[in-house]
Design a protein around this ligand. Structure first.
Ligand code: HEM
Length: 576
């Protein structure tokens, strides 16, 4: 007995002596474990209380689980974004939230806070370990997930990708070719046949970024059955769940729950992106004797990843396979999802607002005539631009973005942010914030963009982010979306094939459509039946008056002097 008491220490001497000699050791060990656990829990609760943000409104929640139960419920119903909107509306514009086993969240919709995080105190707000660990399987050290030197180097090379020449000679031609394919596909649908516009838009943007990014013909518009596409979506859903469920690591290790298929999907993505990288290397190392340059070698050289490879070669460096894999996946996600989502939400909103659709169609016909869209037309499609800006306001492709507070800080609205806090800026709620957009914030009204004296700041409308990490593909995305609408709207119109309340955002990091966008395609000249129009009010909220006024000279217009490319470039006839 003495030996057992000595072994377990002296903390429970009285209890063990009452319990008799046989069970003492086991009982005491259990007690000690319970005591240690209770101490750890109490310590972590005390630490959490000590490190809490101050000056923000605390969202009421469970004493132990914090805001996890309501947030999980809302995510389960795919209503997590509206749930947060409601909380902001009722509690305030800067909220503090807590989840078990993770740092405090501060969630803000104040433009001055956004400016502070993204620009004025940029150095204090990296992506940070909390964000990076969850996305590492998917994004590795790619530009989206990297901080510091690793990010800076990629940013420097990547910012040279969107030169005016590349736009004129290559990017625009690829975009138009794929938009034409998309239009042909839509035109070939039979009357009454349902097509999932969200799926088609994803294929359009995937093929486009495949060609522009890696010189690769992915061909998903022709053949949508690629298992890569399914894994690509699944991997992003898994990554999102990790932000909400704190126990994802053990689940991944055990291969259960939402991490059940993690290995399979990430392995498929790894294999695909490694093979893309290898093809690129081969393309670049192939003999490029003047007479024998293969078309795919030229595409390779002009592609984003090709530029990275050539850049490294000039510096006498060899890029590793893993580095290239990360580049490929980062550009695929950047280039495919965001743009396809914005286009799909735009079509949805036009379905719900036929008078806006008619205005956009009229403008496209006036500007582009019968010849179809040309690069020069892009800056003249001002109403179409307003439709896109308005769509991104209501459905920003990145609805919530977060940074990690590296040291203690105070936000401009007075919120005290302790080191280690995750600071979110809630773009989805900002787009519906009456303080920014006026009483009709929930209404889809593209005209508001044409009435403004000057466009809103990047901090009130950070849909492309702002500051040193502003989106690099902004111009590409705008050209791609305008070309797509200008190609399909003159002749075609869409009717929702499901009830409007079934069109809803997905629980992902970007704002996908959880059930797609099933529509039927009709000729634009076909009259619309009254029943076609599901309740517009339910889609966009109550109407009111905009507070901003004036005229908007399209913030996103393509630079006039860079905008005079020959729209009928020779590449049009090439493969893909
Ligand atoms: C409607 C379309 C798009 C929207 C709304 C959008 C929005 C954004 C946002 C909000 C970020 C910041 C994300 C973060 O905090 O990590 C971002 C970053 C980025 N975007 Fe886009 N994007 C779009 C299209 C594109 C396209 C087509 C590309 C082309 C490849 C692209 C390339 C990038 C890159 C490389 C970054 C990382 C910048 C950095 O961290 O330095 N984006 N984008």
């Amino acid at each position: 007995m003495l030996a057992s008491l000595l072994r377990v220490g002296d903390g429970g001497l009285k209890v063990t002596s009452l319990m008799g000699t046989v069970s003492v050791g086991r009982f005491k060990t259990a007690h000690m474990a319970a005591l240690a656990t209770a101490t750890a829990v109490l310590y972590s609760m005390w630490k959490r209380w000590r490190d809490r943000p101050q000056g923000a409104v605390f969202m009421p929640g469970h004493w132990l689980l914090g805001n996890l139960p309501e947030f999980l419920q809302a995510s389960w119903r795919k209503e997590q974004l509206d749930f947060l909107c409601e909380q902001h509306r009722h509690l305030g514009r800067t909220l503090a939230m807590k989840f078990p086993f993770t740092s405090w969240w501060v969630v803000t919709t104040r433009p001055e806070n956004v400016e502070h995080i993204l620009v004025s105190n940029f150095a204090n707000y990296p992506k940070g370990p909390w964000w990076q660990s969850k996305l590492f399987d998917l994004l590795g050290n790619g530009i989206f997930n990297a901080d510091g030197q690793a990010w800076h180097q990629q940013r420097k090379t990547a910012s040279r990708m969107f030169t005016a020449n590349l736009f004129k000679e290559h990017i625009w031609v690829v975009v138009r070719r794929n938009a034409r394919k998309l239009r042909d596909l839509l035109e070939s649908t039979k009357p009454g046949q349902q097509v999932d516009i969200f799926n088609l838009m994803n294929r359009f943007t995937l093929d486009t970024i495949g060609e522009i990014g890696f010189g690769k013909c992915i061909g998903s518009l022709e053949d949508p059955s690629s298992p890569f596409l399914q894994s690509f979506d699944k991997a992003q859903q898994i990554a999102f769940q990790r932000f909400v469920l704190p126990v994802w690591r053990p689940l991944r290790w055990l291969g259960i729950g939402h991490e059940r298929e993690t290995r399979k999907h990430f392995q498929l993505l790894d294999e695909y992106s490694h093979s893309v990288a290898q093809d690129l290397r081969k393309g670049l190392s192939r003999d490029t004797g003047r007479a024998g340059i293969a078309w795919e070698d030229i595409e390779t050289r002009k592609s984003f990843i090709g530029l990275f490879l050539q850049d490294a070669k000039k510096r006498g460096q060899e890029l590793s396979d893993d580095y290239l894999r990360d580049l490929v996946l980062n550009f695929l996600i950047a280039g495919r999802d965001t743009t396809a989502q914005a286009l799909s939400w735009a079509i949805y909103l036009l379905c719900m607002n036929p008078e806006c659709e008619a205005k956009a169609r009229r403008e496209i016909r006036d500007v582009c005539g019968v010849r179809g869209p040309a690069y020069d037309d892009m800056s003249r499609l001002r109403y179409v631009q307003a439709v896109l800006s308005e769509t991104l306001r209501l459905f920003p492709s990145v609805p919530l973005d977060a940074k990690y507070a590296q040291s203690d800080d105070v936000l401009p609205d007075g919120t005290v942010v302790p080191r280690g806090t995750t600071v979110f800026y809630n773009l989805y709620s900002m787009g519906r914030d009456h303080a920014i957009w006026g009483e009709d914030a929930e209404v889809f009204r593209p005209e508001r963009w044409l009435e403004m004296e000057s466009p809103p700041s990047n901090y009130a409308y950070p849909v492309f982010n702002a500051g040193p990490r502003e989106c690099l593909g902004r111009r590409l995305a705008i050209v791609e979306m305008k070309t797509c609408l200008a190609m399909i709207l003159p002749e075609l119109s869409f009717r929702l094939a499901i009830p409007v309340d079934q069109v809803m955002p997905d629980a992902q990091l970007t704002i996908g459509m959880s059930r797609g966008l099933p529509c039927t395609v009709v000729r634009a000249s076909e009259p619309r039946e009254v029943d076609d129009l599901a309740s517009t009010a339910s889609a966009v909220g109550q109407s009111g008056k905009a507070t901003s006024s004036g005229s908007c000279t399209s913030e996103f217009a393509v630079d006039e002097e860079e905008d005079n490319a020959d729209s009928d470039g020779q590449e049009e006839e090439k493969p893909c």
